[in-house]
Design a protein around this ligand. Structure first.
Ligand code: NAD
Length: 591
């Protein structure tokens, strides 16, 4: 998801450095546990000391002896080097200590996060997590069972009825700012942990961590918007409304943007005064658990943020069905969203759904191709296409079709695919080998349906879950590859004759999340923005989200909006109060 945000609208810039500079310029007094004199290196050292003292297993940093051993190993292996894939080579160099050391604790065992602290799971289940780009072990993470969910909901309820329920908006705002500061202060660890856990390019993850901080900051300010109103209805009646937190929120997020999705969910809930039990995907809970630790460190009271990683059909379903949950907020696939909607129907639970997408990218013959081609490449291959807003259906005006397909495919083939931790990498690995198999299966379906694979289309060899940028041309919109969310680095390119057909094809899909229009005719851009059934439209711009602007879907892409004032509303109930201000007795029937 190419997130434009306050500190960085250019995805190539180092957003986190900017955010840090901003911190150092004017906001040092708000940094948690940081004196005004402390520089970045001190912060890093502080983080390292903390990690080393708190966690039983050391940082993955090689000693001098290890490096020598690694170098020896490298020399021994030199002949095989030429046969290796670049990502394998990078990984080897990292592990041999030749490439820069990493900032995160590896082999750490993460607990659940309940009632303000890391706890052992009652379920007793601990899973080994591996790096999708290398297959190497990364960390161990506890998985929550039903008893753990019960405990988390109990803690959330107690916090709601206790300290958090009494915490005034200005204090909630201060705490959200403090959490944003803590994310910035710990950005290197969070970025590396996320990169290694998800396999995405570090250049993308940097922006996502920065945007997570910005998101908390934006909601810290947006708290000021929470207010009821008085409505003059005449007579001797005073009428006003109150806004109250909806209660305990169950939040479920997917694996593609773990920390950013958690930030999108947590910040509006906390701004509204709710407490939360959040379930990350079992494969990617690490940064979300660190986020909860940071929340506790900056003073967010125990029980307000609880994290229960676990499988969806068991732990997730139990959480959704739990009678102690007042509102469910879900981000994930349309199939799961539909199941969750069913579970919420009988108890009439408040619900918001951010679901899948198959978003169109319309390129007219009058478009500026110098922007349209690289931006269209970016809009599908960002996050290796594992993005709800990926513009995976490129619709091109017939007269431009062949030229566009060639130019797009050449540009896609030039992308740097490789070690996610390499700053130059533009596309890392997919989330798992199993997911890569699913993506490849859909490409095979496309071949059988008659699509032409112009570039890519075969899995990369090696341990990592890599799949190359793939272009399917000669696609018709009725084909499965044009209708189903592939959720990988695969684009379908479909021709159209004129504007009316472009709109028809764009809307001829069950999803409606985002769309982009490339044209040099401003009137056409605005006209199409009204005609395309999507929650977000870009005109000559691939970006889809910015803190403060609503993000969400039409049709089966869900309902409710993230990232905006609309989101806070989803965590509030509105109560209407009528008051008699007349001096007369109130006796409507004259009894
Ligand atoms: P998924 O639906 O399989 O899983 C998402 C989450 O739901 C995970 O935490 C999973 O454990 C949980 N889950 C699964 N079954 C459940 C059940 N029966 N009850 C409760 N929880 C359950 O989706 P995924 O494959 O992990 O994520 C990719 C999907 O998410 C894509 O469709 C993508 O478009 C969508 N997505 C949407 C947005 C958005 O903002 N619209 C953002 C990111 C991802």
């Amino acid at each position: 998801m190419e997130r434009a945000h306050l500190v960085d609208v250019d995805p190539n810039e180092d957003a986190l450095e900017d955010a840090q500079a901003e911190q150092e310029d004017g906001q040092q007094h708000r940094l948690p546990r940081q004196s005004a004199d402390e520089g970045e290196d001190d912060q890093e050292e502080r983080g390292r000391r903390k990690d080393e003292s708190e966690h039983p297993v050391g940082i993955d940093r090689r000693t001098a002896e290890d490096v020598e051993a690694g170098e020896e190993e490298l020399h021994d292996d030199a002949e095989q080097k030429e046969n290796r894939h670049p990502e394998e080579e990078h990984s080897r160099l990292r592990h041999a200590g030749i490439l820069p050391p990493m900032a995160v604790v590896t082999q750490r065992e993460f607990g659940l996060f309940i009632d303000g602290e890391a706890v052992e799971p009652a379920s007793g289940e601990v899973r080994e997590l591996t790096e999708p780009a290398t297959g190497a072990p990364l960390a161990k993470a506890a998985m929550a069972g039903e008893a753990d969910v019960d405990r988390a909901i109990e803690a959330a309820r107690a916090a709601l009825e206790g300290l958090w329920g009494k915490t005034p908006p200005n204090e909630r705002s201060r705490l959200l700012h403090a959490l944003a500061d803590a994310i910035v202060a710990n950005r290197k660890e969070l970025t590396e942990l996320e990169t290694r856990n998800v396999g995405k390019a570090v250049s993308s993850v940097k922006g996502e961590v920065a945007v997570s901080a910005e998101n908390f900051r934006w909601y810290a300010s947006a708290i000021a918007s929470i207010a009821g109103r008085t409505t003059p209805i005449g007579g001797s009646i005073l009428a006003y409304t109150l806004k109250e937190p909806v209660g305990v929120a169950a939040q479920i997020v997917p694996w593609n943007y773990p920390i950013m999705m958690a930030a999108w969910k947590l910040a509006p809930a906390l701004a509204a005064g709710c407490t939360v039990v959040l379930k990350p995907d079992p494969a990617t809970p690490l940064t979300v658990l660190r986020l909860a630790e940071l929340a506790a460190e900056v003073g967010i009271p125990a029980g307000v943020v609880n994290i229960v990683p676990g499988d969806g059909p068991t732990t997730g379903s139990y959480l959704v069905r739990h009678p102690g949950v007042d509102k469910v907020a879900f981000t994930g696939s349309t199939a799961t969203g539909s199941e969750i909607m069913r579970l919420c129907a009988e108890p009439v639970k408040r619900l918001s759904l951010e679901l899948g997408g198959k978003s169109p990218n319309l390129v007219f013959a009058d478009a500026n191709l110098a922007d349209a081609v690289p931006s269209s490449v970016y809009a599908i291959y960002y996050a290796a296409g594992q993005s709800c807003d990926a513009r995976s259906r490129v619709l091109v005006e017939r007269s431009l079709y062949d030229e566009f397909v060639n130019s797009f495919s050449e540009t896609a083939a030039r992308m740097k695919v490789g070690d996610p931790l390499d700053a130059e990498t533009q596309m890392g690995s997919l989330i798992s080998q199993a997911h890569r198999d699913k993506v490849h299966g859909l490409v095979e379906t496309g071949r059988k349906e008659g699509a032409e694979v112009v570039t890519g289309g075969e899995p990369t060899d090696g341990d990592g879950a890599f799949y190359p940028p793939t272009v399917l041309a000669g696609v018709e919109n009725r084909m499965a590859v044009a209708q189903e969310e592939i959720f990988g680095p695969v684009v379908t390119v479909i021709p159209f004759e004129d504007e009316a057909e472009a709109v028809r094809i764009a809307n001829d899909v069950k999803y409606g999340l985002t769309a982009t229009v490339w044209t040099s005719d401003p009137g056409r851009g605005h006209r199409l923005a009204r005609q395309i059934k999507s929650g977000v439209i870009g005109i000559n711009l691939p970006n889809t989200a910015f803190p403060g602007l609503p993000f969400g879907g039409y049709k089966q892409s869900g309902f409710g909006r993230e990232g905006s004032l609309e989101t806070i509303e989803m965590y509030l109930e509105t109560k209407t109060i009528f008051v008699s201000t007349g001096g007369k007795p109130v006796n409507p029937w004259g009894l």
